[in-house]
Design a protein around this ligand. Sequence first.
Ligand code: OAD
Length: 252
Amino acid sequence: MTADDEFERALERAAVRLGVAERVCVLTGAGVSAESGVPTFRASDGLWEGHRIEDVASPFGFQRDPQLVWTFYNARRANVATVKPNAGHHALKAMEDRWGDRFTLVTQNVDGLHRAAGSKNVLEIHGSLHRTRCTLCREIADRGLEPLPELPACHCGAMLRPDIVWFHENLPEDIWEAAITAAHQCDVLLVVGTSAVVHPAASLVPIAKRSKSPGATVIEVNLTPTEASAFADIGLYGPSGQVLPRLVEQLG
Ligand code: OAD
């Protein structure tokens, strides 16, 4: 059997499992936005666009040099302002249309592209580039992607930070609880474009797998196998912007 035949068989099996699923949960990572032109995180040099992760994505980095952190996030905001959702985002929106409120999209992405594609039931467990949070009064504000000052301040006078979950920080409790519930309840978990190395996000995969008997069917969509592959019943290896529309088409 050729690799193409194997892929087609896996696609058929995935569509059959999805077709009988009562509840569907999706976990997405940076890979789903790669074809839109948003860079993924884990380059082989371990740096994010030339910066050490600790310097730009941790509370300590922000304390040390808020200007550097804002320069980094303003550049990411400016990049995201120029990109559009791709066929993978649109396919996930089409799935939400099919399952309605029995479909939950959990994303680690902060780029807002799932919402831009029209997805509604989206749990942004790592926050959003669109929002700021006050370091003092904690007010969260949606700023869209308009350019922000180099060191933006809150109306209360204190410094603002991006409303992003950084390393060494906890996920927003209510959003994370909702994600766990969706993983527990789903019949199929679709794991798309994530290296599945960052926890607790990646733990949604074993949670779904072990939540009930016989456990959710885990379908992985990625360019390559990942840390999640050990839990995957079906692997669809290829760009999500091509694989997800094929899956929707196969579902009929
Ligand atoms: P990573 O950069 O770790 O992984 C991206 C994954 O996408 C890899 O497994 C790639 O193989 C895959 N990929 C790349 N292009 C793809 C495509 N066109 N189609 C399908 N898959 C593709 O990104 P994440 O797993 O999202 O956290 O990283 C998780 C978290 O680590 C991020 O949310 C971020 C980072 O630290 C925070 O900012 C808190």
